[in-house]
Write a protein that binds this ligand. Structure first.
Ligand SMILES: [Fe+2]
Length: 374
C-alpha cells in the first residue's frame, strides 16, 4: 500500500528515481585525508575514505553539496586489494562520521570508485549502515525486489523527466534515508539531480513571501482521476484496481481512507482527493524549514487523458495556484540542483528530509537500484 500512494502522488517508486551517467564526472583530488573525528577509535579502515571534489558540486557557505567520497589511495588495505568487506567494515567503523557528520551537514553523499559491482554488493553496503528498513505494506507490484532490501526503481518511459520530489512525501510514513546504486550506467542522460530543500524554501520565501505564507497557512490539496484499469500510455496511468490492490470498491475506500484520501466514483473510474496537507515541513534535526511537497511535480506533470495538471493541485482552501509562481519554483529547483552523471558502482545516500531528487530522461540502458530506510 505504501508504494501505492507514492506512485500516485510522488514521482518516484512508480517512476524510477535515481540516475547517473558516466564519463564526464571526473574526480579532482582534494587536499587532505578525512579521518574519523575520534582518533582513539582508529581501525584498519579508518583512513580508507577520502573526500574529493567534482565539478558539479555546489557550495553554500558551510555546506558542500553533495559530499563525494572515494577510496583513499593511502588507506590501509585499499591500496592493494580493494574489497567489499573492507568497505563495509569501514562504513560500520566510520558511521558516526559518515552519517552524523557528513550526511547531516551535506544532505547527500556519493560513494564513488569502491568495489560495489552487483545488487548483492549494494545490499551489503546498505546493511552496513545499519538503518532500519522501511516496510512496504502490500508493496509488491511495479517495484521488483532484486535481493535483500534492494529494489528496482520502477521505470517510467526513458524519454520522460521525473520532477523533483521528496520520496513518498504524501505518505504518513516516508523514508528518512534513500540509497541509490548504479548497476548499469545510462547510455546518455539519466542523471538523478538533487537539490537542498531548505534552499528552495528560502529562495521561494524571499521571492514570493505572500505565496509561501498562504502555502504555510493552507497547505495543498492533490487531485487525481484514476481509470478502472492501468493505462500504459500515461506516466500516471495506474488504475484504481491496481492502485488499491483490489477490485472491490468498498475495500478501495477503506484503504484510501487509511491514507487520508477521499474517493468519488465516476462512470469509468474514481476521483481521488488528498489533503489539505502541509506543503512546508520543519526539519527538527537541522532546525530549518523545508520544501516538502509535490506542487511542481503535480502542476507540471500530472497530465493524461483523465487529468488536467492545472487542476491536480490547489491551495488547501481550494483556490488555484498561480502558474507563474509554479514555473518560477521549477526554475529555482533547476538552478539549485546538482546533476552528477552516474558511474557504474556509484552509491548515493540521500537524507530524504534535506534533499529533493528527480530523474532526467535517458537513452537505455540504465539500471539504478534503490533501498529505502526509516
Ligand atoms: Fe524518487
Amino acid at each position: 500500500m505504501m508504494y501505492v500512494l507514492c506512485s500516485m502522488y510522488n514521482a518516484c517508486m512508480l517512476y524510477p528515481c535515481p540516475s547517473i551517467k558516466n564519463n564526464s564526472g571526473k574526480i579532482k583530488k582534494k587536499e587532505g585525508i578525512f579521518r574519523h573525528r575520534n582518533l582513539s577509535t582508529i581501525m584498519p579502515a579508518q583512513n580508507l575514505f577520502k573526500e574529493v571534489e567534482i565539478p558539479q558540486q555546489k557550495n553554500y557557505e558551510e555546506i558542500v553539496f553533495p559530499k563525494v567520497i572515494t577510496p583513499n589511495p593511502d588507506g590501509v588495505g585499499f591500496d592493494e586489494s580493494p574489497s567489499l568487506s573492507l568497505l563495509t567494515d569501514a562504513i560500520k567503523e566510520n558511521k558516526p562520521w559518515l552519517v552524523d557528520s557528513l550526511l547531516y551537514q551535506s544532505g547527500a553523499l556519493v560513494f564513488r570508485g569502491f568495489p560495489v559491482t552487483s545488487a548483492s554488493d549494494f545490499n551489503n553496503v546498505v546493511e552496513a549502515f545499519g538503518f532500519e528498513e522501511l516496510p512496504y505494506v502490500g508493496g509488491a507490484a511495479p517495484r521488483t525486489n532484486v535481493v535483500g532490501r534492494v529494489f528496482t526503481a520502477n521505470e517510467s518511459p526513458p524519454d520522460q523527466k521525473i520532477p523533483f520530489h521528496h520520496e513518498m512525501a504524501q505518505v504518513p510514513e516516508y523514508p528518512a534515508k534513500l540509497f541509490f546504486f548504479c548497476e548499469v550506467e545510462p547510455g546518455t542522460g539519466g542523471e538523478t539531480p538533487i537539490v537542498l530543500s531548505h534552499i528552495v524554501y528560502e529562495r521561494m520565501k524571499e521571492k514570493h513571501p505572500e505565496f509561501v505564507e498562504k502555502l504555510e497557512e493552507h497547505g495543498l490539496i492533490y487531485i487525481r482521476v484514476l481509470g478502472e484499469e492501468d493505462d500504459p500510455s500515461s506516466p500516471i496511468g495506474r488504475g484504481w484496481k491496481s492502485t488499491f490492490l483490489t477490485k472491490d470498491k468498498s475495500v478501495a475506500e477503506e484503504r484510501a481512507a487509511k491514507l487520508g484520501m477521499k474517493l468519488e466514483w465516476t462512470d469509468d473510474g474514481v476521483k481521488t482527493t488528498m489533503g489539505p496537507i502541509p506543503a512546508i515541513k520543519f526539519d527538527k534535526t537541522r532546525e530549518r524549514k523545508i520544501w516538502f511537497n509535490s506542487m511542481v511535480a503535480a502542476y507540471t506533470g500530472w497530465e493524461d487523458k483523465r487529468n488536467d495538471p492545472v487542476k491536480a493541485v490547489t491551495f488547501g482552501d481550494g483556490a488555484p495556484l498561480p502558474a507563474h509562481i509554479i514555473y518560477d519554483c521549477l526554475r529555482i529547483l533547476d538552478e539549485e540542483s546538482v546533476a552528477i552523471p552516474w558511474q557504474k558502482g556509484d552509491v548515493l545516500l540521500i537524507d530524504n528530509l534535506a534533499v529533493l531528487h528527480s530523474r532526467r530522461p535517458f537513452n537505455p540502458p540504465r539500471r539504478i537500484l534503490a533501498s529505502l530506510c526509516k
